[in-house]
Ligand binder design. Structure first.
Ligand SMILES: Cc1cc2nc3c(=O)[nH]c(=O)nc-3n(C[C@H](O)[C@H](O)[C@H](O)COP(=O)(O)OP(=O)(O)OC[C@H]3O[C@@H](n4cnc5c(N)ncnc54)[C@H](O)[C@@H]3O)c2cc1C
Length: 495
């Protein structure tokens, strides 16, 4: 008789847990998936990526209608946003995707799904409402929750997090957002476009702290131009509720206190790993504030217990969770020593314009002491960008001292999608000359990728040396036309 009930048990039915459950079950492992909420899908489906991107699209369309005259169309007086309808659309998109993450589908794949709050009673057994389930290997994929910092008065003051913001009954007239990270900034632009008066507070000297400051500042300028108010280098001192008004008291770098009054507060300061109640201390699984500690095979301090997704604190993205799910299947089910490698893990902040990144940016290269050069191309020189009315943004390509690409950042329309080509280039170790010489359809935003590679190669191809050599070899006559400002009026190259 088998020693354990299951080959693999997974706690958490979000991006990471679902990937492990479906993959392991389809490959023949007896898999158990435990979820504490009433539906599968996790934060991404219910309170994260899907609702936020659906909301952002509604805000984008509303903004475009309001700005119709910029496209040569009649200007329109649009009625205010009825947020219940936006929330209904979000619910309908979530419901459609939910079918893909249904219990029936997972059962069809061969995985058993149980609902309830899981707690380890020993290193191989989990208790679920008094029922024990044992497995040879376990995966902790319990995700993360919004941090609500111990700011005076914050807990006593009604506020929003990503759990509530997508399903509100009405549009707040005004919103103070604590935190200028990706979630705070995406929401700031979307709610400002809907018509809320939005103020963002961040203690740092830039928004989107992981990004290069020049690109983050460019995003901030767009939002500021649309009406978002920013308080950087500012700390929140205390918060209080006065009737239906919320008051956030901030202290600027100069030490001056200021009161920000709004109808609601969104707390978007960061994420904390969902470790509480799992009984990890008792079974010897190490964790700290950043999450559960793992090695590069995603094994915890108990080698048969793995941690994937937001819970390990590495990269808190759905695609990272999915990637890590694959690493866990290889290690936990098949004992293949596959290691996680995040060198080319891309990400994107879905503002308009979007800001996407892969590999090292300038900040990261400097932190590692790498000598690099930066090559850029602007969207204002991209014909499709101009046709679309999208002039803001640029691509930055970083090369190391051996002229090997080490990272790319794109600020611009559909930057997240444009990044896909670099995902292939960098992972496939493709030469920049291949990218630069590959034919791209015209006119597309994607030509910017080819152009930035071309910018790097052009000085090598069109150098004086090459030109002189070709001229001699093929007996070419040289320039046919000269600008008046040219220093020499005939065949300068040959002199
Ligand atoms: C507003 C917002 C927008 C985002 N947008 C993007 C985006 O555009 N792109 C992107 O890549 N990422 C985005 N993210 C991040 C993304 O949502 C997370 O990285 C992803 O959901 C992590 O997946 P996970 O499986 O680790 O955790 P989760 O999806 O959170 O799943 C964990 C699951 O574990 C369950 N659980 C917890 N404890 C227990 C327990 N004791 N017993 C049983 N079940 C338990 C939870 O209920 C949950 O369902 C966004 C996040 C937020 C908040």
């Amino acid at each position: 008789m088998a020693q354990f009930d299951y080959d693999i048990g997974i706690i958490g039915g979000g991006a990471a847990g679902l990937t492990v459950a479906s993959g392991a079950a389809q490959l023949g492992a007896k898999a158990l998936l435990i979820e504490r909420e009433s539906a599968l899908g996790g934060d991404c489906l219910h309170y994260g990526c899907v609702p936020s991107k659906t909301l952002i699209k509604s805000a984008h369309v509303y903004h475009a209608i309001k700005n119709a005259s910029a496209y040569g169309l009649p200007s329109v007086d649009v009625p205010p946003v009825d947020f219940r309808k936006v929330a209904d659309r979000i619910r309908s998109v979530v419901a459609t995707i939910q079918e893909h993450d249904s219990v029936e589908r997972f059962c069809g794949l061969g995985a058993q799904v149980e609902f309830g709050e899981a707690r380890f009673t020993d290193a191989h057994t989990v208790d679920l409402d008094g029922r024990p389930f044992s497995a040879k290997a376990w995966v902790i994929a319990t995700g993360s929750s919004p941090v609500v910092p111990p700011i005076e008065g914050l807990r006593e003051t009604a506020h929003l997090t990503n759990r509530e913001i997508f399903y509100m009954d009405k549009l707040p007239a005004s919103m103070t957002i604590l935190g200028g990270g990706p979630i705070g900034i995406e929401m700031a632009q979307a709610f400002s476009r809907f018509g809320s008066r939005v103020t963002v507070v961040d203690m740092s000297n830039q928004i989107l702290g992981k990004e290069d400051k020049d690109l983050a500042d460019a995003v901030m300028a767009v939002l500021a131009n649309e009406g978002v108010i920013f308080h950087l280098n500012a700390t929140v001192v205390r918060v209080r509720e006065e009737g239906d008004r919320k008051v956030v008291v901030i202290k600027a770098a100069e030490g001056i206190e200021q009161e920000l009054v709004s109808e609601t507060i969104l707390v978007a300061i960061g994420r904390t790993a969902n470790v509480n109640g799992l009984g990890l201390e008792a079974i010897g699984v190490d964790f700290n504030r950043g999450g559960i500690k793992v090695d590069n095979r995603l094994r915890t301090s108990r080698k048969h217990i793995f941690a994937a997704g937001d819970i390990n604190g590495a990269y808190q993205f759905t695609h990272a969770a999915g990637y890590e799910g694959g690493i866990v299947i290889a290690n936990a089910v098949f004992r293949l020593p596959r290691k996680a490698d995040y060198t080319y893990l891309p990400w994107c902040t879905y503002t308009d314009p979007e800001l996407a990144s892969i590999g090292l940016n300038e900040k990261a290269a400097q932190a590692r002491g790498i000598d690099y050069s930066v090559w850029t191309e602007a969207f204002q020189d991209n014909d499709r960008g101009l046709a679309e009315g999208e002039r803001i943004g640029r691509i930055k390509m970083l090369l190391d001292e051996k002229e090997k690409p080490i990272g790319v950042q794109i600020l611009g329309p559909h930057a997240g999608d444009l990044m896909s080509e670099w995902v292939a280039v960098l992972n496939g170790k493709m030469k920049l000359s291949t990218l630069a010489s590959a034919v791209h359809p015209y006119p597309t935003l994607g030509e910017i990728n080819k152009r930035v590679a071309g910018n790097y190669l052009a000085p090598k191809i069109f150098s004086d040396r090459v030109r002189k050599g070709l001229k001699l070899f093929f007996n070419l006559k040289g320039r046919a036309c000269h600008q008046p400002q040219d220093k020499c009026l005939h065949d300068c190259e040959m002199e």
